[in-house]
Design a protein around this ligand. Structure first.
Ligand code: SDX
Length: 436
C-alpha cells in the first residue's frame, strides 16, 4: 500500500475535534481511506451495511474494474487466461502469484492428480442424506467433514498445512461433487482416473458407470475447463468474504471453505445460475419468446419481487467479461452437440437483447453476469440444474483458498469483528411474571 500525499479530513458540525485520515493507493483501482483509528479517536463507527463503500483488506490476487468490465487474476486479463491456460495453470497462478513454467506445471498437475481420491469413509456421510437432497446441502456437509480426516493439515498458521490442504481441496472437490450427483442418481460412485485431465476426470466421474465407460469429448472438456477458469476467483465477493471472516478465527481450512460453500448457495450469489436456468425454463413453459415482454414487465415492477436472474452485479456496471466468454463457450458447445437451435439459448439471447435496450436496465447499469449463460452450457453438457452451484463451488475453491492463505500470511491480520449501530431497547429491568 502506498501512502497518498492527499489526506482526508473529517470534521464535525458540532465542534468536535476534526481528524486527519490517511489515504492509501493501490497498484490500480480506487484509493482507500484508512479509518482504523476512527473509533479510538472519535468514539464513532462507520456505517456501511452490505459494504458498498468498504474495503475489507488489501490483496494481490484479483482485480475487477466494474465500470470497464475488466477482470484480472494476478494481473492477467481473464480473456487471455481463458484462451491460453487451463484451470490447473490458473490454480497455480492464484495460489503462487504467477503462471507455472513447464516443470512447475507438470509437478503441480501431478500433485493435484495424486490427491483426487477421498477417504473411503466419506461415502458413508452421503448415506445419511435423502436421495433428493440438494447437492449444495451435501457439499456443505462433505467439505466440512474433510477436516475430520486430515488432522495432519488443519493448523491454518502452518504454511505446510495450508499448502497440502489447498492441494487436497482442489483435488477432491470434483470427486465430491461427482459423488453428490451419483448419490442423487442412485448410481455407484466412479473413482478418479489419473490419466485424465482435471475436467475430463470430473466428467468421467459424473457420466461413466461400472457398466459403461465415458469417452471425454475434447470440446466439452475444454468448455468445462473454461467454466472452472471463469469461476475461479472474484475479489471480495460474499462467499470469499465469508471464508476470510471464518478463517480469521483460526479455524481449519476445510471448515472455512465449507462456510464459503454455504454462502455461495444463495440465489443472489452462486445460486443464480440454477435460478437463471429455472427462470428460462419457466418462461419457455409459459410461451417462450412471445412471453418475454410480459415477463420483463414483472421484473420492472418492484412489487413483483421478480428479478432477471443472471443480470446485475454489485461491482460490474458494464458487461461481466466472464459472461462474454461464457456466451462464446455456449455457441461452441451447442454447435458441437448439434443444439444450435436450443430454445433456451435463443430465449436467453432475446432476453439479453431486450434488457440491454430497456431503460430500466440501462439506467441501473444491469448487464448479464457470469451466471446468465453458464447454466445453458452446463445443461447442454448434461449436468443437472441443481448441480450448477456445486460446480461453481468446485471452481471457486481455489480462489477461496488463495484469499484465505493471503489473509493468514498477512502479519497485520486480526480476527474479523465488525460493530453495529444499536437501535434496540435502552436498558430496562425485568418485571416479575405477574406484571408482564
Ligand atoms: C455472482 O460479488 C461477486 O463478485 C459475485 C460473483 C462472483 O463471481 O463471486 O460475480 C457471482 O454472485 C453474480 C451475481 C449473481 N446474482 C444474480 O444474477 C441474481 C440477480 N442479481 C441481483 O440479485 C443483483 O443484481 C445482485 C445481488 C447481483 C447485485 O445487487 P446490488 O449490487 O445489491 O444491487 P441492488 O440490488 O441494489 O440493485 C440496484 C437496482 C435495484 O433497483 P432500484 O431499487 O434501484 O430501483 O437494480 C435492481 C434492484 O432492484 N436490480 C435488478 C436486478 N439486479 C438489480 N432488477 C431486476 N433484475 C435484476 N437481476
Amino acid at each position: 500500500m502506498t501512502p497518498s500525499d492527499v489526506k482526508a479530513t473529517l470534521s464535525f458540525s458540532d465542534g468536535s475535534a476534526s481528524m486527519d485520515l490517511p489515504i492509501y493507493k493501490g497498484t490500480i483501482g480506487p484509493d482507500v481511506i484508512d479509518i482504523r483509528k476512527l473509533y479510538a479517536q472519535t468514539g464513532k463507527f462507520t456505517y456501511d451495511p452490505g459494504f458498498l463503500s468498504t474495503s475489507s483488506c488489501n490483496s494481490t490476487i484479483t482485480y475487477i474494474d466494474g465500470d470497464k468490465g475488466e477482470l484480472l487474476y494476478r494481473g492477467y486479463p481473464i480473456e487471455q487466461l481463458a484462451v491460453n491456460c487451463d484451470y490447473l495453470d490458473t490454480c497455480y497462478l492464484l495460489l503462487y502469484g504467477d503462471l507455472p513454467n513447464e516443470s512447475q506445471r507438470q509437478d503441480f498437475h501431478a500433485r493435484v492428480t495424486n490427491h483426487t481420491m477421498v477417504n473411503e469413509q466419506m461415502q458413508f456421510f452421503l448415506r445419511g442424506f435423502r436421495r433428493d437432497a440438494h447437492p449444495m446441502a451435501i457439499m456443505t456437509g462433505l467439505v466440512g467433514a474433510l477436516s475430520a480426516f486430515y488432522h495432519d493439515s488443519t493448523d491454518i498458521n502452518n504454511p505446510q498445512h495450508r499448502e497440502i490442504a489447498a492441494i487436497r481441496l482442489i483435488a477432491k472437490m470434483p470427486t465430491l461433487v461427482a459423488m453428490a450427483y451419483k448419490y442423487s442418481a442412485g448410481q455407484p460412485y466412479m473413482y478418479p482416473k489419473n490419466d485424465l485431465s482435471y475436467a475430463g476426470n470430473f466428467m468421467r466421474m459424473m457420466f461413466a458407470t461400472p457398466c459403461e465407460d465415458y469417452k471425454v469429448n475434447p470440446v466439452i472438456e475444454r468448455a468445462l475447463d473454461r467454466i472452472f477458469i471463469l469461476h475461479a476467483d472474484h475479489e471480495q465477493n460474499a462467499s470469499t468474504s465469508t471464508v476470510r471472516l471464518c478463517g480469521s478465527s483460526g479455524t481449519n481450512p476445510f471448515a472455512a471453505i465449507a462456510a464459503g460453500v454455504a454462502c455461495l448457495w444463495g440465489p443472489a450469489h452462486g445460486g443464480a445460475n440454477e435460478a437463471c436456468l429455472n427462470m428460462l425454463e419457466e418462461i419457455q413453459a409459459n410461451g417462450g419468446v412471445a412471453k418475454v415482454g410480459e415477463f420483463m414487465e414483472k421484473v420492472k415492477d418492484k412489487n413483483s419481487g421478480v428479478k432477471l436472474m443472471g443480470f446485475g452485479h454489485r461491482v460490474y456496471k458494464n458487461y461481466d467479461p466472464r459472461a462474454k466468454l461464457m456466451r462464446e463457450t455456449c455457441h461452441e458447445v451447442l454447435n458441437e452437440l448439434g443444439l444450435q437451435n436450443d430454445p433456451l439459448f435463443k430465449l436467453a439471447m432475446e432476453l439479453e437483447k431486450i434488457a440491454l435496450e430497456d431503460d430500466y436496465f440501462v439506467a441501473r447499469k444491469l448487464y448479464p453476469n457470469v451466471d446468465f449463460y453458464s447454466g445453458i452450457v452446463q445443461r447442454a453438457i448434461g449436468i443437472p440444474v441443481q448441480l450448477f452451484t456445486a460446480i461453481f463451488a468446485l471452481a471457486r475453491t481455489v480462489g477461496w483458498i488463495a484469499q484465505l492463505n493471503e489473509m493468514i500470511a498477512d502479519p497485520e491480520y486480526k480476527i474479523g469483528r465488525p460493530r453495529q449501530l444499536y437501535v434496540g431497547a435502552a436498558q430496562r429491568d425485568v418485571k416479575p411474571l405477574s406484571e408482564r
